[in-house]
Design a protein around this ligand. Structure first.
Ligand SMILES: [Zn+2]
Length: 67
């Protein structure tokens, strides 16, 4: 697999379960935490993103607040 500077990762919305895509920017650090609004239900997902040594991206989506 070729490592790219930018890559897309799909996650399931923590609220409605729909798939969303985020762009990973490796220059942002090995571990990044940010909020992404779901494109379907518009509620905020707290994204925790980890880039491993081999370039694999681990992504966890959680509800930013209790709905
Ligand atoms: Zn959603």
């Amino acid at each position: 697999m070729i490592a790219r500077r930018m890559r897309r990762v799909t996650y399931s919305c923590a609220f409605c379960g729909e798939d969303n895509e985020v762009f990973v920017d490796p220059s942002g650090g090995r571990r990044q935490v940010f909020t992404e609004d779901c494109t379907v239900c518009c509620r905020p997902n707290l994204i925790t993103l980890t880039i491993e040594d081999d370039g694999e991206v681990l992504l966890d989506a959680a509800q930013e607040y209790e709905a």
